[in-house]
Design a protein around this ligand. Sequence first.
Ligand SMILES: *Cc1c(COP(=O)(O)O)cnc(C)c1O
Length: 392
Amino acid sequence: MSKQFEFSTRAIRTGHQRTAEGEHSEPIFATSSFVFASAAEAAARFAGDSDGNIYARFTNPTVQTFEARLATLEGGVACVATASGMAAILATCLGVLHSGDHILASQSLFGSTRMLFDKYLARFGINTDYVTLDDLDGWAAKLRPNTRLLFVETPSNPLTEMTAIAPLAMLAHDHGCLLAVDNCFATPALQRPLACGADLVIHSATKYLDGQGRCLGGAVVGDARLVGEDIYGVIRTAGPTLSPFNAWVFLKGLETLELRMLAQSRTALALAQWLDAHPKVRRVHYPGLAEHPQHHLVGTQMRVGGAVLSFEVDGGREAAWQVIDATQVLSITANLGDTKTTITHPATTTHGRLSPEARAASGIGDNLIRLAVGLEHLDDLQADLATGLALI
Ligand SMILES: *Cc1c(COP(=O)(O)O)cnc(C)c1O
């Protein structure tokens, strides 16, 4: 379905080739291999002389429907689906980097991404340096002749720091580098990095693309060569392929993505404003608040502020835990992107494996609480947090 259709239409309609059965909902092709009409056809498929499915590690129609739909929503040519968000990041690195290459990444990064770069890629001669997300001069200063990949999350987890993507893309291209943006927090419903000049968009589909906390998955979107050949080649060879069942769940998720992102962002903004005025709250990190350092990017690069916010309570770890433990409605869980609001203590969970120094450098204090706001009623969420805040 072509780009002439609006976002919500493409999110619902793109990618499904109806079969002879005339099904309305997209079918789940639960098959690991595909049958050939003859030995000659099998040989032609394997030789690449004829198109078609061979084996589900390479292609599966349900997975391809998801890939086609996410590609058009992000404005990319090619999309490769993966077994998780981390598999998407790993496949990107394996697909575009060589031993001796250098990564420049934003300081405030998803914990496992940082671990992947520092502990595992470093073993294969790929080293990473970190830069303050919104410090363009800092990015320029830390570029090396062997820098090949710039990697950013905007907004970041859990502090919702942001950066303008277009100038970073220009910097990357001036130095012959690629810019990859982890678009997990914004999703294409709110922000489209490729249109700002990024080369690759990475997703943990586990989060908002699913939207109801059911399945793990990921994806990379970009052009036909980088994504369609280099990164796809890693997936089909190394095997972190998305399952057709999970792809189907994500297809259902994409149908409501825009509605959910707008509604959850609305509640997040209202909660952020309420927390901001609360006497037991020292600071709120939310892009939609006027005091957010990159608030100007809301309404321009990013349509609204998103559904994730974090806040610092009066006190330390104990106070933060008290607020978390007093909740009855919110779920104490590390996941985000669900219609159920989740509450997390980053310093002892998602970012607990970082050294205290790295955590401090990322600005993740012991008094920080992250909320990923869902679709419950604002009044109930507010009352749930008020209980714990009254105790500290
Ligand atoms: C969750 C997450 C990932 C990793 O995704 P998984 O699906 O859990 O592997 C990567 N980046 C960000 C920003 C995330 O929130």
